[in-house]
Design a protein around this ligand. Structure first.
Ligand code: UT7
Length: 322
């Protein structure tokens, strides 16, 4: 039987500091009512200075390994999806490797904005199926509070910080279809200017702030994600009725509800964290997955559809039998 990537552990980390909409409204020209009505967000977590992408990613990785009953010795590779690394280099992944006390293996960062975790799952799955590695940590870790433009109320109220991780192990799936069934990745670089950061360490005096044309991103999110869902189901000869759980990127409650409706899934089959976490970019899908696995909602054997869309434009899906 061919090798498959089994999701053997999940974990998350959220900064201690919770910031409510009302607290933001003290310094930003906004209101709790506007934010809740347009996005479903009630609060978000903001990182303290020591809570960097590396620190939070390592914490989420430890939680995923513990959940899997594994140790750092079982890890061959670390992939960190982040747009907010601690440093241009070394990569966040190798800093996490050091924090986990690993003395072997390899790691690298992956940049696909909010779709980064789904891209990371796809790369890890390909490496596992090729027999190159047998234990991979895929982490999404973001500190968007450091790149928000506090003068732009259209974006600064939407994001939060956090990290999520999964530990993938090569396996045979116990004779079932357990594991990652498929991943589908997309990008359209010509849409790069509807959601971007206007700087980077390579730019003179421009660390960069997030810029988003929200309405346009919203329009693309609904159509592209619907296409990605259909594509994943068709590739596996499945229908909407086969899906047990949708774990979507957590950008806006209205987009999440539209996707759930499209799949004909009852609201209690769609994992929602945007109300409490806001949009944590590459961390949003693994954080939501970790929450729903650890509180017992998502069970072994169930079919879970992950999807995300973000700057690039990038978007994609992963279909997983837990
Ligand atoms: O993670 C990557 C993927 N990202 C997404 O999927 C995000 C997609 N976009 C969205 O979720 C929505 O477009 C937003 C939540 C960003 C914005 O919602 P919208 O319904 O598209 O609002 P809008 O930008 O059209 O703004 C409507 C009104 C404007 O006022 P006028 O011009 O109608 O008088 C804005 O100035 O709301 C105003 N507004 C605000 N008011 C209070 C914008 N931001 C705020 C704010 N508080 N924070």
């Amino acid at each position: 039987m061919s090798l498959r990537s089994i999701l053997s552990g999940v974990g998350g980390y959220l900064p201690e500091r919770v910031v409510t909409n009302d607290e933001l409204a003290r310094t930003v020209d906004t209101s709790d009512a506007w934010i809740q009505e347009r996005t479903g967000i009630r609060q978000r977590h903001f990182a303290a200075p020591h809570e960097t992408a590396c620190f939070m990613g390592a914490a989420a990785a430890r939680a995923a390994l513990a959940h899997a009953g594994a140790t750092a010795d079982d890890v061959d590779a670390i992939i960190v999806a982040t747009s907010t690394p601690d440093q241009a280099f070394p990569s966040t992944a190798v800093r996490v490797q050091a924090q986990l006390g690993m003395t072997r293996g390899f790691g690298f960062d992956l940049a696909a904005a909010c779709t980064g975790f789904v891209y990371g799952l796809s790369v890890a799955d390909a490496m596992i199926r090729a027999g190159q590695v047998s234990g991979v940590l895929v982490i999404g870790s973001e500190v968007y509070s450091r790149i928000l433009n506090w003068q732009d109320r259209g974006t600064c109220v939407l994001f939060g910080d956090g990290a999520g991780a999964v530990f993938l192990r090569a396996g045979q799936g116990n004779g079932t279809d357990q594991g990652i069934l498929s991943t589908h990745l997309h990008a359209q670089g010509s849409l790069g200017d509807i959601l971007y950061v206007d700087g980077a360490v390579g730019q003179p005096d421009r660390p960069g702030h997030l810029v988003m044309h929200g309405k346009e991103v919203f329009r693309h999110a609904v159509t592209r994600l619907a296409g990605a869902v259909e594509e994943a189901l068709a590739a596996n000869n499945l229908t909407h009725r086969d899906i047990d759980w949708l774990v979507p990127h957590q950008a806006n409650r209205r987009i999440i509800d539209a996707m759930g409706k499209r799949l004909g899934l009852a609201a209690d089959r769609v994992v929602v964290t945007v109300d409490r976490h806001a949009n944590t970019s590459a961390a949003s899908v693994p954080l939501a997955l970790a929450e729903a696995c650890q509180d017992g909602r998502i069970k072994r054997g169930q079919l879970v559809l992950l999807e995300a869309l973000g700057g690039g434009l990038t978007w994609g899906s992963a279909l997983v039998r837990m």
